[in-house]
Ligand binder design. Structure first.
Ligand code: NAD
Ligand code: LMR
Length: 338
């Protein structure tokens, strides 16, 4: 057995929290030989649900689960934490403008960033799931004085997996045969799901496989533009429409895969995650933007794959999503948060 790892999950009494906790405790995230200590952070309205989940975790008698603590104190929750999964966020309410949403979330992610700076372990890393995930990660990173900004990432693995899922359906291949899909930009409808570098296990490019399957290059381009990109980018809204509430199990699964790959290493090419930009691909520094990333699993976290080429259409789509991220950053700045 390895030493145990302390993981703080915010919003643990909510839907995604409930879908996350049992898989983490079962070893799905960090492996079957790494015990975990779980810290569940909630607000008073959500604390009973988190306490109920803690009772059920006890009833599972997971061999890897060393302890579960439920708290409403961010300082307690992050004290000594090594991994943070920041799920709890303020959803958009009726009549709420984007500035109101950003202000409400600044009131959550700012104090959590400060609590991380005050007490988290030196190797701490966080993934932000709560929306608007990229900008919430930016707020938390900015508030975490003394913690390197690259310790904060935001989840676009769900978008990445959604893109792979769409290709699986059309190409009739297994998900593990498709590599090097990319989500660029924001976890929002402006994101750019890109298959220009994607390929199958036998080396065939996804573009060639689509042309073969759909009856030529023009048909493949039309499918990418008219079906694939909008379907992936708007899948969150489609799930809300069909299910009546936003994605839960697929989001929890993606968050687990994001942390697993960051901690243990990526295999078979890259994945997608939103990282604090260091100016890669001309993205303004400091913006939390989705890129193709790899991890060696050595504690250094994700690093951006650089120098990939775009065509003009792809570059314009990416730039539009980056412009949205810049507008979100500026709106938060105008609130005096950054
Ligand atoms: P939910 O409403 O079921 O749960 C959210 C929980 O967060 C609630 O229990 C609430 O009490 C708690 N919470 C609110 N403020 C908190 C705070 N300050 N500290 C601790 N806990 C707090 O929502 P959900 O379905 O679990 O979704 C959670 C978030 O994840 C939402 O913002 C949703 O939009 C987002 N989401 C993101 C992705 C992604 O891919 N990035 C995908 C799906 C959902
Ligand atoms: C999702 O992608 O499923 C979530 O971010 C929910 C949403 O609002 O799109």
């Amino acid at each position: 057995m390895q030493r145990s790892t302390t993981i703080t999950i915010t919003g643990a009494g909510g839907q995604i929290g409930y879908a996350l906790l049992f898989r983490i405790a079962a070893g799905d995230m960090l492996g079957a030989d790494r015990p975990v200590r779980l810290r569940l952070l909630e607000i008073p309205q959500g604390v009973r649900a988190a306490e109920g989940a803690a009772l059920e975790l006890q009833d599972c008698a997971f061999p890897l689960l060393e302890s579960v603590d439920v708290t409403v104190s961010a300082d307690e929750a992050f004290d000594g934490a090594e991994i943070g999964m920041l799920v709890g966020a303020r959803p958009r309410g009726p009549g709420m403008e984007r500035a109101d949403l950003l202000a409400a979330n600044a009131g959550i992610f700012g104090p959590q960033g400060a609590a991380i700076a005050a007490g988290a372990a030196s190797g701490f890393r966080a993934v932000v799931v709560g929306n608007p995930a990229n900008t919430n990660a930016l707020i938390a990173a900015s508030a975490a004085d003394g913690v390197p900004a690259d310790r904060f990432t935001a989840l676009t693995r769900l978008d990445h997996n959604r893109a792979v899922g769409q290709l699986v359906e059309v190409l009739g291949v297994g998900a593990d045969e498709i590599a090097d899909v990319i989500i660029w930009g924001n976890h929002s409808a402006t994101q750019f799901p890109d298959v220009a570098h994607a390929h199958l296990a036998d080396g065939t490019t996804v573009s060639a496989a689509l042309a073969d399957r759909l009856g030529g290059t023009e048909a493949a381009i039309a499918w990418l533009d008219d079906v694939f990109i909008p379907r992936v980018a708007k899948r969150g809204a489609e799930i809300i429409e069909v299910r009546g509430s936003s994605s839960v199990a697929s989001a929890a699964n993606a968050a687990i895969e994001h942390v697993r790959d960051e901690q243990l290493g990526t295999h078979r090419g890259w994945t997608s995650a939103a990282l604090v930009s260091r100016g890669e691909y001309g993205v303004p520094e400091g913006i939390v933007c989705s890129f193709p990333v790899v991890s060696r699993g050595d504690g250094a976290g994700y690093r951006v794959i650089e120098d990939l080429a775009f065509d003009a259409r792809g570059r314009a789509l990416f730039d539009a999503s980056v412009a949205e991220l810049v507008a979100e950053r500026d709106a938060v700045r105008a609130l005096g948060v950054l």
